[in-house]
Design a protein around this ligand. Structure first.
Ligand SMILES: [Zn+2]
Length: 197
């Protein structure tokens, strides 16, 4: 993900959710050359039967991957660079009746994106720190800006409408089992700030 700026190697459109695609469609083959970062749109263009909606062969995907990774590594020039200011990727366990937080100071206009996957249903909620603190003190329900409750998989994409500390909260309810959760976060600075620098 980092070697690809969390950006699809085919369309190279920043700020879209991306997944890791196994080029040979064998999920157990995790060789570097077999893994390509693609967005959902591109993913649907690289999977399935040849001719049935599939637009790119495995060889083409590997070519896109190599080109994009060399641009990301600074080995080649590219115009219109847009990369996340901050990223975090973690696989973690959340015990029943507990929660885990990922906290970030965002500027107004920053885009927060996260992809959360869990083997049991969890709540994945993005909120302001004030809402989180009220919830921890049991003064209020957790009022969130984006996210989902009781989900296996959730994509969050939220523009900060004001600056301040924001929190991604992963909650495993009391009756659950241990949740193994994969969290992939990218923060994209406001476009205007990016252009100034
Ligand atoms: Zn794409």
């Amino acid at each position: 993900m980092a070697a690809n700026r969390h950006t699809s190697c085919i369309c190279r459109e920043p700020r879209k959710h991306v997944v890791i695609h196994h080029v040979d469609e064998d999920p157990s083959n995790n060789d570097w050359d077999n893994l390509a970062v693609v967005c959902h749109d591109c993913h649907s263009r690289v999977t399935g039967d040849e001719g049935l909606g599939r637009s790119f062969s495995a060889g083409e995907v590997r070519k896109y991957k190599k080109e994009w990774e060399s641009i990301c590594a600074g080995e080649r020039k590219d115009d219109g660079e847009d990369e996340p200011g901050e990223t975090e990727y973690e696989v973690t366990t959340v015990a029943p009746g507990t929660h885990k937080t990922y906290e970030y100071d965002l500027e107004e206009g920053d885009l927060f994106t996260a992809r959360v996957e869990s083997d049991v249903p969890i709540d994945a909620l993005f909120c302001r720190i004030s809402a989180y603190r009220r919830w921890v003190r049991e003064e209020a329900e957790l009022s969130f800006l984006d996210g989902g409750e009781s989900v296996y998989e959730r994509e969050i994409s939220c523009d900060a409408d004001r600056e301040g500390r924001h929190v991604l909260v992963i909650v495993n309810d009391e009756d659950g089992e241990d949740a193994v959760v994969r969290v992939d976060i990218a923060i994209w600075p406001d476009d205007e700030d990016a252009n100034e620098s």
